[in-house]
Design a binder for this molecule. Structure first.
Ligand SMILES: [Zn+2]
Length: 408
């Protein structure tokens, strides 16, 4: 057993249930003349036999992930902007009504949530290790600390700003293997009646929809109510509310408070009962998920080969982090998908990690429209299909692979 085959939360032993094989870093887009030194990891996922936390079997060095060029920008999607602004309004109305409240956001990205907090004149601090997006947040007038959040950071913030009424993290906590340091920091920094709110992809939804592409190097943990409850208790915290969110293919927003400070809502018990009914933590369930993933791979590759043999043009849509898992696990390269369009300028002109599909600007999609578009950004399907109505009107069809391979 390697050093990382123990649970990063409780040190229990991990039971592996799926191996995606050798995978590149999902955001390591490469120049066409320069992919000799691509970095690969074994991407495999397991469940802790003690606390049931689902996690990657191997850890990726963090300085390889959240670097200056980290390309994901939260405010890129109108749906996501509305999502974060709505949460900010709710926090302002319910949690930030005391005298001089203070909000800390971990992984504030380009500051889309904190902007609404800042506009309301509320004290805030974003902690963001990726320099590029931290600069973008700063340019919006948001107070940013370019740093990783861990226990020492929390104690430092406590000394200068005092306790936080709200600590928030969206699509951040699940990325970070050293979660115990974060939670010790949260416990130290959180006001006695404060809340730690975080939202991340929901493992139950991943199993239910076989959305296996949520599993990539940057998603280290796959949370469930049961595992989050157990994790919270280890740090004198308590899970007091859960809320299912439709974004990013199905997430849960977890609210933690100091143990005993708040009464858990009925939603916590309800979602836990649902997980138990599904036998979510049982190996036969996880093995069933693994079989479904293999079936999607076989179906998708067969469809793409058939289309190629019929002389149809297929273009990829959205060179997402998730697409790295799909293309590398399924063995999809430029011979099946000649290029993929993406709005992120930093990705354009480069090749997708590992699978080496050229990334082109969005305008290439319509010059002329392909027969089929493989929608890697399926979590934004509604927004994208509305924007690209002309593609369908021109006879184009979308290929989706969650929860199974289908053409619309
Ligand atoms: Zn564990």
């Amino acid at each position: 057993m390697s050093a990382t085959s123990r649970c990063r939360v409780c040190a229990g032993s991990l039971a592996e249930f799926f191996d995606f094989g050798r995978q590149p870093l999902s955001d390591a887009f490469v120049r066409p003349d320069d992919f000799a030194d691509e970095f690969f990891v074994r991407l495999a996922v397991g469940i802790c036999e003690s606390c049931t936390m689902v996690q990657l079997m191997e850890e990726i060095p963090r300085d390889r992930m959240f670097h200056e060029d980290y390309p994901y920008v939260s405010s890129g999607s109108a749906v996501m902007r509305a999502h974060f602004e709505k949460l900010a309004r709710r926090l302002l109305a319910t949690e930030l009504t005391g005298e001089d409240p203070f909000v800390v956001e971990l992984g504030c990205n380009d500051g889309v949530m904190l902007k609404a907090i800042a506009d309301a004149g509320v004290r805030h601090l974003g902690v963001e290790p990726s320099g590029g997006v931290a600069e973008m947040a700063h340019a919006k007038g948001i107070r940013v600390r370019k740093d990783f959040f861990e226990e020492t950071t929390a104690r430092d913030i406590l000394a200068t700003d005092g306790r936080a009424d709200v600590i928030y993290a969206a699509n951040t906590l699940c990325h970070i293997p050293y979660i115990e340091s974060i939670l010790r920091g949260v416990t130290a920094l959180l006001a006695p009646t404060g809340v730690f709110v975080f939202e991340d992809p929901y493992f139950s939804e991943i199993v239910e929809r076989t959305s296996f592409d949520q599993i990539y190097d940057e998603h280290f943990y796959f949370f469930t109510v049961r595992a989050v409850q157990a994790m919270a208790a280890r740090f004198d915290l308590e899970l007091v509310d859960v809320e299912r969110l439709p974004v990013h293919g199905g997430e849960v927003r977890y609210t933690l408070a100091h143990a005993g400070a708040r009464t858990p809502t009925a939603a916590v018990a309800e979602l836990l009962a649902d997980e138990n009914k599904r036998n979510l933590a049982a190996m036969p369930t996880l093995k069933g998920f693994a079989r479904n993933v293999e079936r999607i791979r076989d179906d998708l590759v067969a469809l793409l080969r058939d289309l190629r043999d019929d002389g149809k043009r297929v273009v990829g849509y959205g060179a997402t982090a998730k697409s790295a898992t799909v293309t590398n696990y399924c063995g999809i390269g430029p011979e099946l998908v000649p290029f993929v369009c993406d709005t992120t300028v930093a990705k354009q002109g480069k090749l997708t990690p590992g699978s080496h599909i050229p990334v082109r600007e969005p305008s290439a999609f319509a010059e002329p429209y392909p027969d089929y578009a493989l929608l890697f950004a399926w979590n934004h399907a509604e927004e994208i299909m509305a924007k690209e109505r002309a593609f369908r009107e021109a006879g184009g069809k979308w290929i989706l692979y969650v929860p199974e391979v289908h053409v619309v």
